[in-house]
Design a protein around this ligand. Structure first.
Ligand SMILES: Nc1ncnc2c1ncn2[C@@H]1O[C@H](COP(=O)(O)OP(=O)(O)OP(=O)(O)O)[C@@H](O)[C@H]1O
Ligand SMILES: [Mg+2]
Length: 379
């Protein structure tokens, strides 16, 4: 449970909320561009209005949310409900930081929240939720800047390291027969360590090697079927597959091979996390869905959602904030490149990949546009 304190009503939130309550389209536009989820509750704690970030946070559309009691979205012991009860009891605003939002659907994560009773609309309470860690993660997961910079750095490093390394290795090899018997292990050590660094650098090159997108019309379900067949014949032999496909999913313009790589990496991780279990491949088409990305000005139109879910132990909590960075691995022999490659390819397609916190197993969500941005264009 986070720190909870009462605070003075802010003029901005009151004005925005009062306009929202009145159905002012200007206020709605402002609210839809806010990175924080905003919900307006009526005197019965039913949701009257939501903004775009709230739709995203609760993975539900405006139509589904409006009219619903807030309690239906949350676990009975969610601290948000306790904070709301406090507001109802004394009519005072409250802020809570680092509060664990118990979501009925998928557990939840930590948020900062502000609850403001509205004098302009008696009985109404404005709820603002800011999933700080998730926001930071999504920003990083976009990986447009970070992933590409890391890839460029990896390419540079690989280039700069490999040539001198070959020289060092060659020199050690030449020296070895000329050395006294007792010194030869040292020359061998130089050779073997050079080989090890060389292998490491080659792995970095795999990450850095970013071929241009070869766009064509792609049926995502065909890609997923192909990935399932590949996995069933190999890495996921011990797993059961479930397909939960949205039949209305349109074809998209994408690079089929690279998308195959994305879902193969996700399915491989799912299979490697379980001795036995189920991998669900789910798709969803949300026409016109525009995703507000915290700390970014543009809203991305990403109507295609693909999720890879598994019933394994879930992502180790200590890795959760760094999953998409290269060389982060929780496996003894893991290279930590699979998800970094996923992030790079999805970003090249103008999409977004995230790890969805979940009570059970792991969920990775890929959101894609209908067509990737042209290289050099701002997505
Ligand atoms: N479905 C999952 N369930 C549990 N942990 C996962 C899952 N997916 C990823 N992880 C964790 O994230 C780490 C990083 O994954 P990533 O695919 O980037 O690297 P890796 O699997 O360790 O190595 P590589 O994919 O390069 O062979 C994994 O080592 C694992 O600890
Ligand atoms: Mg992997």
């Amino acid at each position: 449970m986070g720190i909870c304190r009462k605070f003075g009503q802010s003029a901005v939130s009151v004005a925005a909320a009062a306009s929202l309550a009145a159905g002012d389209p200007g206020a709605e536009c402002i609210l839809d561009n806010l990175p924080s989820a905003v919900l307006l509750l009526d005197s019965q704690d039913r949701i009257r209005r939501v903004n775009a970030a709230a739709e995203q946070l609760f993975s539900a559309s405006r139509n589904q949310l409006e009219g619903l009691p807030l309690a239906r979205l949350l676990l009975a012991d969610s601290p948000l409900l306790a904070a709301l009860a406090g507001v109802r009891a004394d009519g005072q605003s409250r802020s809570a930081f680092g509060l664990r939002l118990g979501l009925a659907r998928n557990g939840g994560f930590e948020v900062d929240c502000h609850l403001v009773p509205l004098a302009e609309a008696p009985g109404s309470v404005l709820v603002m939720l800011h999933p700080c860690s998730l926001a930071a993660r999504i920003d990083r997961d976009l990986a447009r800047g970070g992933g590409r910079k890391a890839a460029a750095l990896a390419a540079l490093l690989a280039h700069e390291v490999k040539n001198p390394l070959a020289g060092i290795r060659g020199a050690a090899q030449l020296l070895e027969p000329q050395l006294a018997e007792e010194d030869r292990p040292l020359a061998r050590l130089i050779r073997e360590e050079s080989d090890r660094i060389c292998r490491l650098v080659e792995e970095m090159e795999i990450f850095a090697d970013a071929p241009p997108l070869r766009r064509r019309r792609v049926n995502i379900h065909e890609v997923l079927d192909h990935v399932r067949r590949l996995a069933e014949a190999g890495v996921a032999r011990h797993c059961r597959f479930v397909e939960a496909y949205d039949p209305s999913l349109p074809e998209i313009e994408a690079d089929r091979e690279q998308l195959t790589q994305v879902f193969l990496n996700l399915v491989t991780n799912a299979a490697e996390a379980m001795d036995t279990g189920t991998i669900t491949l789910a798709t969803l088409y949300q026409h016109g869905l525009r995703v507000t990305v915290p700390y970014r000005r543009e809203r991305l139109e990403l109507p295609i959602t693909v999720e890879v879910r598994d019933t394994g132990p879930g992502v180790p909590p200590e890795l959760a904030d760094h999953l998409f960075e290269p060389f982060v691995s929780g496996k003894p022999r893991g290279r930590g490149l699979g998800l970094a490659i996923v992030a790079r390819i999805v970003a090249d397609h103008g999409g977004l990949v995230s790890h969805v916190p979940s009570e059970r197993g792991a969920i990775f969500r890929v959101r894609l546009p209908l067509a990737p941005p042209i290289a050099g264009e701002q997505p």
